[in-house]
Design a binder for this molecule. Structure first.
Ligand code: FES
Ligand code: FES
Length: 181
């Protein structure tokens, strides 16, 4: 039996669990089969389709979300493992006032995407990276994105986007007189 978008419904005898996850600042609750992946819960149960699923086995990075601020492959994680934690998806990077996160703004300025399929995973990965390293070198930027695959861009503009995002974040921080990253 399949449900929304082909995601299997829980079989009659299948174990289910109710998970409470703070997603992009809001507590969300869903009762799901215990074997359901976090990526499927985000996309199909919670409707957050910004998280993309490519390889489905941890290689491409398209499904990367932040779990308590750290990048994780949501295609490799069961939703029940995220119970009680905070998840940030690409939708959650946008500021409450609707303005773009510095990484989003930088991708737009530097043409860091083409088809965009890989982009949500890059954005979340880079957002977390810049919190750890606000002033990366080009080499560090390349290293930071080395776990994400892009079939379109050749990576040059993504590296430029990382460096530009660092500049934008610093400018925003200076204007705000504090951290806006
Ligand atoms: S879809 Fe998760 S790493 Fe590729
Ligand atoms: S922009 Fe198409 S896969 Fe990266």
């Amino acid at each position: 039996m399949t449900g929304q978008a082909g995601i299997p419904q829980a079989a009659a005898n299948e174990q289910v669990a109710t998970v409470r996850i703070t997603v992009n600042g809001t507590v969300r609750e869903a009762t799901v089969p215990v074997r359901r992946l976090l990526s499927d819960v985000l996309r199909h149960d919670l409707g957050l389709t910004g998280t993309h699923v490519g390889c489905e086995h941890g290689v491409c990075g398209a499904c990367t979300v932040l779990l308590d601020g750290e990048p994780v492959r949501s295609c490799l994680m069961l939703a029940v493992s995220a119970d009680g934690h905070e998840v940030t998806t690409v939708e959650g990077l946008t500021r409450p006032d609707g303005s773009l996160h510095p990484v989003q703004q930088a991708f737009r300025e530097c043409h860091g995407l083409q088809c965009g399929f890989c982009t949500p995973g890059f954005l979340t990965t880079i957002a977390a990276f810049l919190k750890e390293n606000p002033h990366p070198t080009e080499e560090e930027a390349r290293e930071a994105i080395s776990g994400n695959l892009c079939r379109c861009t050749g990576y040059q503009n993504i590296v430029r986007s990382v460096l530009r995002a660092a500049e934008l974040a610093e400018q925003q921080s200076d204007r705000a007189g504090g951290s806006t990253r």
